[in-house]
Ligand binder design. Structure first.
Ligand code: HEC
Ligand code: HEC
Length: 253
């Protein structure tokens, strides 16, 4: 190998290493938005945390349990390391289980209530409350065993082109990260802050809702709410951010 070849190989490897390093959307924010996220009195996402707390402790008429009966007052019995592992693989619950699905499962089977739809405000509030318990914990999704094949499917979706503009997730969030698009700086599209508060929308937003917005923004047909594709993308995107701190509720534009 001549010097030129060695140099270009080294450059290619360095580029890969840069690409591989996960960077939170937080690092792409301006200073005032970061400060808002960091301050519990200013962070508007804390409203959803409070609402989640109400639901978590609420004992409804004639019901025997609330979430807190099993998971402790102020969610103390929920293990933060376990929360950071979601989505998980659980054959008893049908395979790939997102945190939202796990909560809905408890809602339905432990509390004997009708399951909530994926976009239901109460479900997102509970998810925000539960994940907020693990704020600061590092994302730690398993990538081996049963997960490997599911991750490969999620990765394929991440690279698939959709819609009139024929774009894939990776075009914006890998190739063009750091560049401006319609006044917004493109981040890596990481999942560590979800559910997150969106200043532009004025509401707490789930991962699925954010993806639906991405699809609409490049004029593609979004997947159906609650579909397997969304879960596979959630798995791939979350695992891509392994090691990033959980920021729920993050503040984003
Ligand atoms: C009757 C008891 C009971 C009630 C009530 C209950 N859960 Fe659960 N929950 C469980 C059990 C059992 C598990 C499985 C724990 C395990 O696998 O280690 C679980 C697991 C979870 C997990 C995953 C934690 C982990 O370690 O993987 C979350 C999050 C959760 N529940 C949230 C809720 C929420 C929110 C509510 C109220 C809507 C609720 N649960 C109501 C018993 C309950
Ligand atoms: C046309 C460009 C474009 C495409 C393609 C696109 N997005 Fe986005 N996405 C954006 C913009 C703009 C934002 C808001 C700024 C940012 O955080 O990057 C965003 C934000 C996000 C976020 C939130 C990041 C955070 O820190 O809050 C996630 C997650 C995300 N996108 C995932 C995806 C996934 C998965 C796909 C493929 C289904 C996708 N995006 C396709 C433009 C795009």
């Amino acid at each position: 190998m001549n010097l030129h070849a060695v140099l270009s190989l080294a450059l290619a490897l360095a580029a890969q290493a840069v690409q591989a390093e996960a960077v939170s959307g937080y690092r792409f924010l301006d200073e005032s938005t970061r400060a808002m996220q960091d301050d519990d009195f200013e962070n508007p996402g804390l409203v959803a945390v409070d609402r989640g707390s109400e639901l978590f402790h609420e004992l409804r008429d004639s019901e025997e349990y609330s979430c807190s009966s099993c998971h402790g007052q102020d969610r103390v019995k929920l293990d933060v390391r376990q929360i950071a592992r979601y989505p998980v693989y659980d054959p008893n619950l049908g395979g790939l289980v997102t945190l939202q699905k796990r909560i809905n499962y408890c809602w339905e089977t432990s509390l004997d209530r009708f399951p909530l739809t994926p976009g239901h405000a109460d479900l997102i509030a509970l998810e925000t409350y539960v994940r907020n318990r693990a704020r600061g914990e590092k994302v730690d999704v398993r990538t081996d065993g049963e997960m490997a094949a599911l991750l490969a499917k999620g990765e394929a979706l991440y690279h698939a082109r959709f819609g009139q503009l024929d774009l894939a997730c990776q075009h914006c969030h890998v190739q063009h990260q750091g560049q401006m698009l319609r006044g917004q700086k493109l981040s890596q599209g990481q999942a560590n802050g979800f559910p997150e508060y969106r200043l532009g929308q004025g509401r707490i937003t789930s991962f699925q809702q954010r993806l639906t917005e991405c699809f609409v923004s490049f004029r593609a047909e979004p997947f159906e709410a609650g579909s397997e594709e969304y879960d596979l993308l959630k798995l791939y995107v979350t695992a891509r951010g392994n090691g990033l701190p959980i920021e729920t509720p993050a503040v984003r534009f």
